[in-house]
Design a protein around this ligand. Structure first.
Ligand SMILES: [Fe+2]
Ligand SMILES: [Fe+2]
Length: 171
């Protein structure tokens, strides 16, 4: 009996430690990190658009852009907080922030209707991505993330509506 026990101990000692890598990101975490990059890009896009905007509609878009920029920044911090709660820290270096997100059409024009078209599409795309994140969070029963992203989704929907209302002036 003793001999058998010793034998098992010896076998166990010889086994390599099979430990899953710590902090291996789940699909949900990967998506949340992407969303952080997207929010960072969104904030930047609104700041740039406000600086570049010229002509008719200037007085309408600049306060709207500034408010959206603040809200996108707030979204970014909420996402970072959730990632931290899930056990993942995010390296806020510029390479991650510029390369880690979904593809966005950059604002390179001072033409306000063209800016609005780009931003309206970005807001609609952001909503689609958040719907995907909600589906993923539901799959893993992460109700807190579901509730957080629902709030962000509602904000992006409001952003799109605000921009469309201004865009109607030009039709
Ligand atoms: Fe946002
Ligand atoms: Fe937005």
């Amino acid at each position: 009996m003793n001999g058998l026990n010793i034998g098992i101990e010896q076998i166990n000692e010889q086994q390599p430690d099979v430990v899953p890598p710590a902090n291996e990101p789940t699909n949900l975490v990967i998506m949340l990190k992407k969303a952080v990059c997207d929010e960072s890009t969104a904030e930047y896009q609104y700041i740039i658009a406000g600086h570049m905007a010229r002509g008719a509609g200037y007085c309408d878009v600049t306060p709207e852009y500034a408010q959206h920029a603040d809200e996108e920044r707030d979204h970014k911090f909420k996402l970072l907080k959730r990632l931290e709660q899930l056990g993942f820290m995010f390296s806020l270096d510029l390479i991650n922030l510029s390369n880690g997100g979904n593809p966005w059409t950059p604002i390179t024009t001072n033409n306000i209707p063209q800016q609005l078209d780009i931003l309206i599409k970005a807001e609609a795309d952001a909503q689609e991505f958040y719907k995907q994140i909600i589906a993923e969070a539901r799959k893993v029963n992460d109700d807190i993330t579901v509730q957080l992203i629902k709030g962000l989704l509602a904000d992006e929907c409001e952003h799109e509506t605000d921009l469309r209302r201004i865009r109607e002036q030009f039709e």
